[in-house]
Write a protein of this length. Structure first.
Length: 233
């Protein structure tokens, strides 16, 4: 059985969904510390041919709170974000079909950051017919005081995994021998970053939010892209 583990990200790039699609169980970290410099509550979409950063503002609080304890700020102007997305993509070929999905995601009434994000992941997976089981890390019976590699291995063993798959960016974070000693295969997923499609501009902008693919490509085209990666042992 294959397991993947990631932080929750709001409307992340396609590689995130490639990983979800590849594994049998996808674990979302909710009980780890929120990081300001990460991509948990922000990403880029395409506006006038250039990447445009959008952010979900958070209530001011301790920098040491876990993701599951962070609250979305009351200043979050959902209508403004939706208006900008509409402005950016109203001429995209799949806009009419996808904008209602994005509206339902952005207008979700949950103020808890983790619950807000996991709702968006569920809805996009359903739209793309990804049926992987998704669970919260805090619901797994392990020693949650463990860190980094030890925590990953513990989660995998608790779920009876045979294989742990991580994005290629973690290549230097994990020691294959540590996994093998626990009868776990360690595999890295390398997304195809050369995938290009018609964005309506002369210069292609890569690595945008999944939002960009949803607006420009139909479901079957995206499902094909979900398989375009390499698994590196």
């Amino acid at each position: 059985m294959k397991v993947g583990i990631m932080q929750p990200y709001f409307l992340p790039y396609v590689g995130y969904f490639q990983l979800i699609n590849e594994v049998d169980i996808f674990v979302l970290y909710d009980n780890i510390e929120y990081t300001k410099k990460g991509w948990i509550n922000r990403n880029n979409y395409l506006l006038n041919g250039r990447p445009y950063l959008f952010t979900i503002p958070l209530k001011k609080d301790s920098d040491y709170l876990n993701i599951e304890d962070r609250i979305i700020s009351e200043s979050f102007k959902k209508n403004k974000l939706l208006r900008k997305i509409k402005e950016a993509y109203n001429k995209a070929p799949c806009f009419k079909n996808i904008f209602p999905l994005i509206e339902s995601i952005v207008n979700h009434k949950e103020s808890n950051l983790f619950k807000f994000i996991i709702n968006s992941i569920y809805k996009i997976c359903k739209n793309l017919e990804i049926n992987t089981k998704i669970i919260r890390s805090s619901h797994i019976e392990i020693d949650h005081g463990l860190k980094a590699e030890e925590k990953v291995i513990s989660i995998c063993k608790s779920l009876n995994a045979t294989t742990y798959i991580n994005p290629i960016g973690g290549l230097e974070l994990y020691d294959k021998r540590s996994f093998n000693e626990k009868n776990l295969d360690l595999i890295f997923l390398k997304a195809n970053l050369n995938i290009k499609y018609d964005q309506g501009f002369d210069v292609f902008v890569p690595n945008l939010s999944i939002l960009d693919l949803l607006m420009h490509l139909d479901k079957n085209e995206i499902k094909k892209i979900l398989t375009e990666y390499k698994l590196i042992k």
